[in-house]
Design a protein around this ligand. Sequence first.
Ligand code: C5P
Length: 239
Amino acid sequence: MPWKEKLIIALDVSDPDYALELVDKFGDQIEIYKVGLELYTSAGPKIIEEIHKRKKRVFLDLKFHDIPNTVLKASVAAARLGVFMFNVHASGGLDMMKRCREAVTEVCLKENLRRPRIFGITVLTSLSEEILKQELGIQHGLNAHVRHLSGLALKAGLDGVVASGHEVSKIKHHCGESFLIITPGIRPSWQPPDDQMRTMTPKQAIKEGADYIVMGRSILNHTDPLKAIELISVEMLTA
Ligand code: C5P
């Protein structure tokens, strides 16, 4: 895959006009945009339509986590919006993920829609092993938990998972090379980690085998975002 199809920009802003200004500004440089909780909650599905009008693909990052019936209905709605990919929390369980995948596949076949890729969130990149143990009571360690949730997502028929760069090679080993991995928590050398804990540079993440990397603040908050993209693309090409 060329680097342009691997770099996803997180449109983590609340003003839809500003979001579209960014899409227009990045032009041919970026193909996939992530619409997350902030932008979707303030702008609604219209923003997805607008991004599609600009011939770009959308990763709808709403991290569905609810009872199976609610998640499958929201997932069908996401498929009807024509998004390229969306995600659910793997910790919602096997039945939730399986029924989501089945319902989406069925609707897409029936309505002749392109089936979106469905990803399971493993452990958020803002969580550490210590938080997992002390706050969430998960004692078997971060790597074991990520491996377990990835295996569950694979069993449910999902296309891949969202995980930090540090877990990519272990997941590929456990679930197979074709099981896709989206890696957030990416920080180029010039950027502090903010609230992310398990960070990696773009070059390292691609080297580890990440299929997609998601980047937000280190591009959007850069004084020259286009320059930042150029520097990142060079890093990715040399990985
Ligand atoms: O600004 P930054 O590059 O840290 O943005 C990362 C993006 O990826 C955010 O939109 C965040 O919601 C998302 N994300 C994440 N960790 C996950 C899944 C998604 O940071 N496990």
